[in-house]
Design a protein around this ligand. Structure first.
Ligand code: A3P
Length: 294
């Protein structure tokens, strides 16, 4: 079938990828009309890989001249998804960067597979920051998220669908692999990040991100503790405890839905050894020879 119910919306198979019927019209509009600029930065991620975190970090870095880190910082009052919308949700040039005159062009975001990106993103100087995560943790996070959105399928049913590639923007392996290959071919165009690496070495990756985006962290900023300030502001503990993220809503999704545990390896609490084996087997097959491990 080309259409599968996944709990809160239908997924529709489009050019080999399962896209939400809520996102598809916006994505097609972007493909037809969106003109990327050389100064744009596009965040792309697999759903549930830490997009919310990366949005917070990118927003803070890109806008630090306009919004210094203090008690008036927008992240204390708005969810990262409101500050950096998904282009397929909010296609319209004015809405892509609401109320922001960002010195670095428009940082915007997407879960779009590489093959379906608007041509101008690939042809212009627009940079892509890509984030992915261990596939088993991605699945577990996706399962919880979907339950919160009202999905009724059991963990086992969801798992079967996921392994068949039926998940938001799935098959997740194909999504990751295409950006991985692009990042090897064009490292100046695509920065490939892993959630686990961000967790392990946050300062290193924040500096890498800033450099890639064209707004490197200066020695003066480092001396003044800027790196720790950004990481503290964007940390799971800080963001998940803010009133806006406990109560507000982004589109139709409650903000608290984007924050669960923020741990690496939580899959061990949910998957049986058979499930572990099955997903590892698919991952090994799909990534064979690519040099990529997750
Ligand atoms: P878990 O469900 O494993 O806790 P996305 O933002 O792509 O929807 O991904 C959501 C996952 O990122 C969730 O993982 C969520 O808890 C975690 N997350 C959200 N904000 C985070 C942050 N500031 N730091 C680390 N992880 C975060």
């Amino acid at each position: 079938p080309k259409e599968r119910w996944f709990g809160s919306s239908y997924l529709y198979k489009y050019n080999g990828f399962w896209l939400s019927t809520k996102l598809l019209p916006g994505l097609i509009a972007c493909q037809n009309n969106f003109q990327a600029q050389d100064t744009d930065v596009l965040l792309v991620s697999t759903p549930k890989s830490g997009t919310t975190w990366l949005k917070a970090l990118t927003f803070t870095l890109a806008n630090r001249k306009i919004y210094p880190i203090n008690q008036n910082h927008p992240l204390l009052k708005q969810n990262p998804h409101s500050l950096m919308p998904f282009m397929e949700f909010f296609f319209s040039p004015e809405k892509m960067n609401p109320d922001l005159s960002c010195p670095l062009g428009r940082p915007y975001s997407s879960h779009c597979p590489l093959a379906l990106l608007p041509e101008s993103v690939l042809k212009s100087g627009c940079k892509i920051v890509y984030l992915c995560r261990n596939i088993k943790d991605t699945f577990v996070s996706y399962w919880h998220f979907s339950k919160k959105l009202g999905a009724e399928a059991s963990l086992e049913e969801f798992f079967d669908m996921f392994c068949e590639g039926v998940s938001l923007s799935g098959p997740v392996w194909d999504h990751v692999l295409s950006y991985w290959r692009e990042s090897l071919e064009k490292p100046e165009k695509v920065l490939f990040l892993k959630y686990e690496a961000l967790q392990e070495k946050p300062s290193f990756h924040l500096k890498l991100l800033a450099e890639f985006m064209g707004c490197p962290i200066s020695p003066e900023e480092e001396t003044c503790g800027f790196v720790d300030e950004v990481l503290g502001l964007c940390s799971f503990d800080n963001l998940s405890n803010l009133e806006v993220n406990k109560s507000g809503t982004s589109w139709t999704v409650r903000n608290e839905t984007f924050f669960r545990k923020g741990n690496v390896g939580d899959w061990k609490n949910y998957l049986t050894s058979e499930m572990e084996e099955r997903i590892d087997h698919i991952t090994a097959q799909k990534f064979f020879g690519s040099g990529l491990s997750l």
